[in-house]
Design a protein around this ligand. Structure first.
Ligand code: GLN
Length: 380
């Protein structure tokens, strides 16, 4: 059968490719972003308790009320943002579903969506499946700053959405107050919506402040803000995330969400509602990961790997130009097969720019894992 692909240039995601290769060759997997340590056992106990108590049928399409309330309370407490849990908070089966639904809800054929590369690999396919066109603006290497003059030049009457991600995967940079001021001026008086991927909001380093779109009344009025419990509670395999957005945007969002997954795992939502309402886990997460970042960097100090600043997320970019002039994908494959450490090449997130000589390493790992991994690559 001659099927015309809707995503002709898309293959299998780099995360699946690299995690499989790591497993096949027995390499330490610092590629796909997930912890190799367990979550709080009390969280597993809570899920089990809710299962035993019979909370095993469909959750409400919008999400379990207690979890939506806890999400709204968190936004009020951290960012001073008043979201109504009834009409403005939706629980999703992970951040990726949330991003897909938000794009599908507002992007019409012929619309343009501005994205910044390196760009998380699900964004552009989500735009293209909806018939939209991704307008790619390159973050400036090596500081990955947003070139606001270029963004302004990229806006047209067809611009439907701008997608932002802070803390940023894979660059590990964060938006600052200046960026928020630029963005605010840019969208003022337009019908442009914002999709703000803030799934690493609780992993931000060196005392920096997370510049959530929710902090600004003007920006949150046009924003879908995406969050993730996988990153915050060390449970990426549970695939639970959420979207907060003003009621008019949430109404359209839910029209899509209800036909993509309908609803999300019930007992897990109840357990997360307990943890979140008790403010567990996230207040200490930045310090927890900052220590791991610093350990990883200490272990590589004095080597030919040159770290770029990691200001948030659990990723570290390392410049390898003193080691080899191979392309990033080739080097990532060789590093996995010959040296037993898997990473992610940023070319998987690039559309226009030639790939710079950097690889992304995930440091959400036990100290022993980081020690063995660093030992394997330190002398290259
Ligand atoms: N967000 C994870 C990463 O960047 C990957 C998630 C996935 O594989 N879908 O590594």
């Amino acid at each position: 059968m001659n099927l015309k692909s809707k995503l002709p240039s898309v293959g299998t995601t780099i995360f699946t490719v690299m995690s499989k290769l790591a497993a096949d060759v027995g390499a330490i997997n610092l590629s796909q972003g997930f912890p190799d340590f367990d979550c709080d056992p009390a969280l597993v106990d809570a899920v089990t308790r809710h299962m035993r108590e019979g909370r095993n049928q469909y959750a409400p399409m919008q999400g379990v009320p207690a979890l939506r309330q806890a999400i709204a309370d968190k936004f009020a407490a951290l960012y001073g943002a008043p979201y109504d849990p009834e009409t403005e908070v939706t629980v999703t089966s992970g951040g990726t579903e949330a991003i897909f639904d938000a794009v599908a809800a507002v992007v019409h054929p012929g619309d343009e969506v501005i994205v910044f590369e390196p760009c998380y690999d699900s964004y552009v396919p989500a735009i293209e499946v909806s018939g939209g066109t991704a307008i790619v603006v390159s973050l400036r290497y090596p500081d990955y700053a947003v070139p606001w003059a270029e963004v302004r030049a990229a806006v047209t009457p067809r611009t439907r959405m701008i997608m932002l991600n802070s803390p940023h995967n894979p660059a590990a940079v964060i938006l600052g107050a200046d960026d928020i001021a630029e963005l605010t001026r840019l969208v003022e008086g337009t019908g442009i919506t914002i999709l703000s991927d803030e799934v690493y909001e609780h992993i931000i380093f060196d005392g920096a402040r997370h510049e959530s779109m929710a902090r600004s009344e003007a920006l949150r009025a046009r924003s879908f803000i995406v969050g993730s419990f996988g990153k915050t509670y060390h449970v990426t395999g549970w695939k639970v995330g959420y979207v907060v957005a003003p009621a008019a945007l949430t109404t359209e969002f839910r029209k899509v969400h209800q036909f993509v997954t309908f609803s999300t795992n019930t007992p897990i939502q109840h357990a997360l509602a307990e943890f979140l309402s008790e403010k567990r886990g996230y207040p200490e997460l930045s310090a927890f990961y900052q220590r791991k970042r610093d350990l990883f960097l200490t272990l590589l100090a004095g080597s030919r790997w040159k770290p770029l600043p990691s200001r948030g997320t659990y990723f570290q970019l390392l410049d390898y130009s003193a080691i080899t002039n191979e392309r990033d994908m080739d080097f990532a494959l060789r590093l996995t097969k010959e040296h037993g450490v898997a990473s992610i090449p940023t070319s998987a997130f690039l559309y226009r720019q030639p790939p710079p000589p950097v690889l992304r390493f995930c440091f959400a790992k036990r100290d022993e894992t980081l020690e063995v991994a660093a030992d394997r690559i330190r002398r290259l």
